[in-house]
Design a protein around this ligand. Structure first.
Ligand code: SF4
Length: 360
């Protein structure tokens, strides 16, 4: 099995009792896998009794949104006694999302975890992805079209490299990225997989970039309102109390993002890269790479807007969006479907007012 993960994966350590926003206190449903249910049901001693008292038909019981097992010191009694091996699959995996593509397992991190967000967003160097091969056998059936999958990886690589091309301002990079969604989709629609590398490489050609940006100038100068984005986000199932309040602020505050972009270009680059990396290959399931790319840009632009309006940090707001969206397959699917509608690319690009007075 080939394992692909972001370079900071090796540095990740759960903050456990020191965590300022623990995943054990989010009220999330914690499903217990059959293997660990069997272990917990047969466990002897006081821990066994405690775990069984917390077990429900589907998983672990929550008390006021907090895992019923959590000790007062914020530590998990299963980890204290059995180590991480004792944790059920979902607790051991979090904050990672594991995505299987044939013989490749991609590991992505949720920014809902403050430590993952710190490692991912508060850094200077571009995020890179590391690969290792393990002895683990591939057991899942592989139904991937290898040509389509390879094309998607090439398109993703091109999108990520564009986002890391720091000679452009972050707003220009995002405008170029969003503008590329249509060309990327054509590669899949026409099954011209062999052209993916070329289409992706064109994105980074300076002369083409200048021409594209000139073509987008009027749209960007016209600007747009954030209301369609808020309306779309309000269609989602809400998972936190903070989210609706943040959306309310976003509607009623009119502030420029100029200063934010200047100070947070790196964080915006990193979060877009992570979201592109996670979502673009998922186009193997439905053939829509454009909506996956737009989803990444949409999440970044929502983070930007909500930061400007609420005064919260990119790590906090990206974490909030991750909780609301990434942890709900329904919400991700709903957004991707909504972003299929014509006009979203132009709307997102129009949010990227031009600021040619600085480059990152
Ligand atoms: S949110 Fe992250 S750091 Fe905090 S307890 Fe969960 S995994 Fe650990």
């Amino acid at each position: 099995m080939r394992i692909v993960s972001p370079d900071f994966a090796k540095d990740f350590r759960c903050l456990a009792g020191e965590c300022p926003d623990s995943c054990c206190r989010q009220g999330w449903q914690i499903d217990v896998d059959p293997e660990h249910r069997e272990l917990y049901e047969s466990m002897s001693g006081a821990l066994g009794e405690r775990v069984r008292a917390a077990l429900t038909e589907s998983g672990l019981r929550m008390t006021d949104g907090v895992c019923a097992l959590l000790d007062e010191d914020g530590l998990c009694p299963i980890v204290k006694e059995l180590g991480e091996e004792g944790l059920c699959r979902i607790c051991r995996t979090h904050p990672r999302f594991l995505e299987q593509y044939g013989g490749v397992r991609e590991v992505h991190f949720s920014l809902s975890c403050p430590e993952a967000a710190r490692l991912a967003l508060m850094r200077e160097t571009p995020i890179s992805f590391c690969e290792e091969t393990t002895d683990e056998a591939v057991t899942e059936p592989n139904e991937l079209d290898p040509d389509e999958y390879t094309a998607l990886l090439a398109l993703r690589d091109g999108a990520i490299r564009l986002m890391q091309q720091r000679r452009q301002s972050i707003t220009d990079r995002l405008a170029l990225l969003i503008n590329a969604a249509e060309a990327f989709q054509r590669v899949l629609d026409r099954k011209r997989y062999g052209t993916a590398r070329f289409v992706a490489a064109r994105l980074r050609v300076e002369k083409i970039q200048r021409r594209t940006l000139r073509g987008l100038a009027r749209l960007r100068d016209e600007g747009t309102s954030f209301l369609p984005d808020v309306a779309l986000l309000r269609e989602l199932e809400t998972l936190t109390a903070e989210f609706p309040a943040a959306l309310h602020d976003a509607v009623f505050t009119a502030k420029s993002g100029a200063e934010f972009d200047r100070e947070n270009a790196l964080a915006m680059e990193h979060m877009t890269v992570l979201w592109l990396a996670h979502y673009m290959p998922k186009a193997v399931n439905d053939g829509r790479v454009d909506t996956k790319l737009l989803l990444a840009a949409f999440l970044t632009l929502c983070t930007r807007r909500l930061c400007v309006c609420t005064g919260r940090s990119p790590a906090h707001v990206a974490g909030l969006l991750a909780k609301e969206i990434e942890h709900s397959e329904e919400n991700v699917a709903h957004l991707c479907m909504a972003l299929e509608a014509e006009g979203w690319s132009a709307h997102l690009i129009a949010q990227l007012d031009r600021r040619d007075d600085y480059a990152d």
